[in-house]
Design a protein around this ligand. Structure first.
Ligand code: FAD
Length: 302
């Protein structure tokens, strides 16, 4: 909990700061207890001022994008939660190079690329996160990965110093990067795309979005695939083969449409999801000897 002096200081640094803000209003899972303080920075300077203040006063900070890959626990989040989204979403196109701030959504960036007749980003158009989250997670779909089109990534390092990392320094791997175990902030990235035909790019984007609508339970809140793809197998197939489609704990359910997705069928708590994760892990392990590892990030006070 933050005292009144800290709240006043935070409001003077960021007038839109909110306190005791239920994260269920922000997560795509529609689950999550209150963030002590929630900030949506509108510029790099505002972000830096809040980060410096937090560091100076020993306040914990959690950095998020569009909250589409997180399970926020029912107890909420300590300290300051920073959502880097629409307030930091500027983008510049120069030839085949696209430089964007971390808060732009993948779908908006896909529209920018389509309008500029740039191909290579279509695979990401339906991923419901921001570029910063996509870089952090090395998000991917339809045989594409953010890492493979990234030229460089701008971050604030652990000392809040700006650093630019090349693709090689990012060590992009399956849902993992050099940032995965570090407390850094992704400010933006430079992507290298190729010239294409905007009609064909738009057709590819709409084909991917039709495939998502056909195969994914998009009418329910979720955080996408719950588990990472295990070596040599698919999590959804293992869960399906274990007879777990439709398995339910409280308001959390293994989707009938796509067993890799856990959905919120109404009033799910994080505790429900955590119990369902454990149940699915146990049953799949018993049947196949494979321990599924969560892809979603579990954060906050349990
Ligand atoms: C319906 C649905 C479909 C999905 N399909 C896909 C898919 O096809 N492929 C795929 O890879 N994922 C998919 N996802 C998961 C998710 O959209 C991606 O992982 C996305 O990249 C997460 O971005 P975000 O901005 O929402 O990140 P968040 O969920 O907000 O955060 C995820 C992680 O990134 C960190 N993070 C976020 N922003 C920053 C930043 N600026 N600086 C430092 N750290 C940061 C957070 O601390 C957290 O650890 C899907 C999710 C849903 C709900």
């Amino acid at each position: 909990m933050l005292d009144n002096t800290i709240k006043q200081d935070l409001l003077s640094l960021c007038p839109t700061a909110e306190f005791d803000c239920p994260m269920a209003q922000h997560t795509t899972f529609r689950i999550g207890g209150p963030a002590d303080c929630l900030i949506n920075p509108t510029s790099k300077d505002e972000l830096l001022a809040v980060l410096r203040y937090a560091r100076h006063n020993g306040i914990p900070v959690t950095v998020l994008g569009n909250c589409s890959n997180v399970l926020v626990c029912d107890g909420g989040i300590d300290g300051i939660t920073i959502m880097i989204n629409s307030g930091m979403s500027r983008v510049e196109v120069c030839g085949t190079t696209v430089k964007a701030e971390a808060g732009i959504t993948m779908s908006s960036l896909a529209q920018v690329c389509t309008r500029a007749s740039l191909t290579g980003f279509e695979f990401a158009s339906g991923i419901p996160g921001c570029l910063g989250g996509g870089i952090y997670m090395n998000a991917g779909a339809y045989n594409g990965e953010i890492g493979s089109i990234t030229k460089s990534v701008d971050i604030l390092d652990e000392d809040l110093c700006p650093v630019t990392l090349t693709r090689e320094q990012m060590h992009f791997a399956y849902r993992h990067t050099a940032l995965s175990d570090r407390s850094v902030v992704v400010l933006g990235a430079t992507l290298e795309l190729a010239e294409g035909c905007s009609t064909q790019i738009a057709a590819q984007v709409s084909d991917y979005s039709r495939r998502r609508r056909d195969r994914q339970p998009l009418t329910y809140p979720s955080a996408g695939s719950t588990f990472k793809r295990p070596e040599g197998a698919f999590a959804a197939a293992l869960i399906d083969q274990a007879g777990l489609k439709g398995a339910t704990v409280g308001g959390a359910q293994v989707s009938q449409k796509h067993a890799g997705f856990f959905i919120n069928i109404g009033g799910a708590t994080a505790r429900d999801v955590l119990e369902l994760i454990k149940h699915v892990q146990d049953v799949v392990f018993e049947k196949n000897g494979i321990m599924l590892e969560p892809e979603i990030k579990i954060i906050g006070r349990r």
